[in-house]
Each structure stands twice: as C-alpha cells, then as structure tokens.
Write a protein that binds this ligand. Sequence first.
Ligand code: EZ4
Ligand code: CO
Length: 416
Amino acid sequence: MSIQRLDVIVTSPGRNFVTLKITTSDGIVGWGDGTLNGRELAVASYLRDHVAPTLVGRNESAIEQTWQYLYRSPYWRRGPVTMAAVAAVDMALWDIAAKKAGEPLYKLLGGASRTGLMAYVHASGSTIERLNDAVAGYVDQGFQAVRIQSGVPGLGQIYGVHDAAPGAAYEYEPAGRPATDGSEPAALRPTEETWDTAAYLRHLPSVFAAVREQFGGELRLLHDGHHRMSPIEAAKLAKAIEPYDPFWLEDCTPGEDQSALRLVRQHSVTPLAIGEVFNSVHDYQTLITERLIDYVRSSTTHAGGITGLRQIMTFAGIYGIRSGFHGPTDVSPVGMAANLHLGLAIHNFGIQEYMPHSATALEVFRTSYSVDGGMLHPGETPGLGVELDEQAAAAHEYVPAYLPVNRLRDGSVHDW
Ligand code: EZ4
Ligand code: CO
C-alpha cells in the first residue's frame, strides 16, 4: 500500500483553512490541517509544489520516517510555513493509520490517560460588567476555566476583546478582511489598533479582582498578554495579579526571547504559558530545561503535527511541564481533533483551549469530538474523527484576511 494522491484544499467558510487530503492506493483518505493565519497560501504552495510530488508512492504507514524526511531533507529546517506543511502530512498519515486499525487515533498513541479534557473558553468584554456577563454564561454551561480579556480605558478596539450578545457564542474572529487603502488599484492592508502598555498594566488587576469578587475562588481564570510586554513589565503584571490566583498568564513577553522569562520568574509565582507561535521542540529548549514555563501552548497544526507536538510534550514531561494546546478558530477542526487525541493520550495533559468553530465552518468539517460539562473528548470514530465535505468546501473561496497591526500612540509598530 502507498500514498497515491495528495490534494490541497483551501476553503473559507467564514475564515480561511488549508486542508491536506492524502489518498492511499487502497482508497483510504486521511485529513491534515496546515492552516497558518494570514499566510495560508504560502503553506498551500509549499504542500502542492514542494511536498506532494516527493510523497507519491511512499509507504503511508512510515509516519516517523516521513516526518524526519520532511524535516531534514529540504535543508531549511523549522519555520511556521514548513512546520504547518509537515503538520498537515503528519496528521493525515496518523488519520489513515487509525482508520486502517479501525480505532480512534488516541488508541494508537498509547490509549486514554483520562476520561476527558478540561477545556477553557474565551470570555471578553469592552467593560468589566460585560466581561462578567460573558463569564456567567460559560459558568452556566458548566465550564470550569475561562480566559478573561477586557477593554482598557482610553483605548479603542484591542486584540481579543469582543462584546458578545448575552448568551451568544463567542464568535470573534481576530483575522479581519483587510481594508483597502484608497489607492487604485486597491491595496489591502491589515486593520490597525492602538496599544498602551502602561494603561493596560494599571487596569488589568482590577479586572481580575472584579471577576474573582463575582465568581469566587474556584473558577480557573486565565489571561493572554499577547506578547505585548517587556520582561520587567511582564514581571510587574505577573506579580500584581498573583493575589487573584490566576491559572496562567499567557504570552506575557514575545516568545522568541526565551531568557526573558527568567526575570518574570524571579518576581512571581504566577504560572506561565507560552508557545503558540513556536514550531519545534528547539524553541522550548531554555524554557523547559530551566523550568521557565508551566504550560506548552503549541498546537499540532503549527508544531509539526502529532509527531512534532508529541516530541515537545515528552521533553516537557521530564520537567513536570503540562500541555495547554492552542485551540483558536484558526486551528481547523482537523487540527483541533489532533490536539484532542494527543491530549487524551499523554500523561502530562494540563488544559485545552476551546474556541468553537462557526456553524458555517462545521458544515464543511464534520466533527465527532464533543464538549460536555466543560470537558472535551475526541470521540470514538476511527481515525481523527473529522471529515471534510469537498462539495461544501468548494462553495467558499479563499478571501485574504490578516491579523491586525498593533501600534503605540506615536505610530510605532508594537509587539502584540
Ligand atoms: O492570536 O490564533 O491564545 N490565542 C490567541 C489567538 C491567536 C490567533 C493567531 O492566529 O492568542 O487568538
Ligand atoms: Co494566545
């Protein structure tokens, strides 16, 4: 048996997704997610032009060997485009292997280490009152962990903050269809947001205080700093929110500066999570060996698939570091399912981010994972348990969409 065909499907049911379909000579189909928010077509070309031609005729069951081949043979290692492409192939091959075995994928990864995966969801509001309303909606649904993001007085729209109608799903999509800049022919530009770290640092402790006041001590509260602070600013924030017992502070500094977290650790016991923009175990070397983080934020989609993320989690496990896999809507349902199977199997699972996909996206991707009482489960369907409906996918053409640009008040570009 061998790999017979690889097809790359770019579809945009409300947002863009890159999906790889691998078909074997005996007609089994495997699906992989290679979505890279704002750079989707780069991954699609990498797969179509550089990967697909080299894989036809290879043994589809040689998953580890194929991973190493795609990682080492191009000479140019790592990087988000490469590793999203590797991820797509890796997931599709694991999907095929599990379908051939007639088992849900987690059983091939060592079987279930737990009965379900604790999820955290996104609550946000332009004001503390609106944020608390959003948190209350999730608590009513049985969620035990909530990420809290709020507006900052004096700033307008900021990343990750959206006022949902009471009781409605959080359908905020950070990648917006770009505005045209008025030129002819029209040039597309990401939208722009204004940022002020001092204003944010002054405000955020009061947000934690208000949510704790309303919901008590048991609810797990998370917060995402979106890479916006310098090391000393991050230390200040980590220390300031410590009395409110945060579950974690995410991306307090730009992740690529690994030693920055030494300074944060010196000042605070607030647990730290980082890694959604990382793509290999090497990005974590200092963070893990020096125990500078508590949670790994990578997803299968951006870290070389199940094989790549499993390497990271094995390494992290030796240091007692747990998973907090990235699960935004720009990880497709295929990537989400891969996260869930891996999370169910590994010993050092921590928590799983859960941002539900839109109804339109779920008409294209048919899923069998579930959420119940705040717990996720990948389901018992053989393989990953997600199938893409190609006819439905074809109805949604790619639309350019980019994450916003973050600027300080003086117009300079800021980390975000
Ligand atoms: O900014 O997935 O923790 N989640 C996040 C996300 C990321 C987007 C980037 O594509 O920070 O909203
Ligand atoms: Co984040």
